[in-house]
Design a protein around this ligand. Sequence first.
Ligand code: ATP
Ligand code: MG
Length: 177
Amino acid sequence: MRKDGLVIVYTGGGKGKTTAALGIALRAAGYHQKICMIQFIKGSWHYGELDSFKRLEPDFEIIAAGKGFVGIIDDNSPREEHKKVAQEAIKICKEKIQSGKYDIIILDEVNYAINLGLIDVEAVLDFIKSKPIELNLILTGNHAKREIIQVADLVTEMKEVKHPFQLGIKAKKGIDF
Ligand code: ATP
Ligand code: MG
């Protein structure tokens, strides 16, 4: 059996990508494995996991790298501003990945960051190539790039069959955030 860490991708249009990654984190924390989740994009929302996982400190750490993107995604901030924030997020990822301190690192919504042009796919391929051999890396977000799918070990595509959103039912506390 191979001992290397896995590169896991959760993509697709159905619900469950981030929660699948959190599910693995919850499972791994049971063995006191060290987990770091770096969130892109999501900075301004409050998600339940930000608090529940405080109870799992120091095994689980969440960093809102997306904070820097808030306010610049929807408006016409200069390209320079986008680049600066993206560079900062990449720096955080690099540091965490290279630190060798973690069993699992989750780059949540990283696929969105790539598709929005905030982060270069090459930067993410670099993370994968240069990661410590035992590190498990989980990437989430719809429309995962082909290059990433190619190098991943496990890829699951969430397929929407039904979603209450289609009936106008709003996001629910505890289920969606
Ligand atoms: P979750 O965080 O619930 O696992 P996700 O990571 O698969 O969802 P994202 O693309 O990150 O989904 O979307 C974030 C938000 O959109 C979440 O609140 C999620 O519940 C909701 N969502 C996910 N899929 C759908 C869908 N098909 N239609 C409407 N809303 C969705
Ligand atoms: Mg998500």
